[in-house]
Design a protein around this ligand. Structure first.
Ligand SMILES: [Zn+2]
Length: 63
């Protein structure tokens, strides 16, 4: 539920996909990314990245 509150408060969330982030983008958005990967429920089958919301992964699968 925490992520929902976060998303509403930050309508201008820059991250649309964890999978597409480059090294510089990760560094610049680290605080946002940390909130998205806390208690992950999904893993990307292609990139092995995890997230607690499905839509930011390119090939999400339930953990
Ligand atoms: Zn991916």
């Amino acid at each position: 539920m925490y992520i929902c509150i976060f998303m509403k408060k930050h309508k201008k969330l820059k991250i649309t996909s964890l999978c597409k982030l480059g090294k510089k983008e990760i560094e610049a958005n680290l605080k946002d990314i940390m909130l998205l990967v806390v208690d992950p429920e999904y893993i990307c089958k292609k990139c092995a990245r995890v997230a607690n919301i499905e839509k930011i992964l390119c090939h999400p699968k339930n953990i």
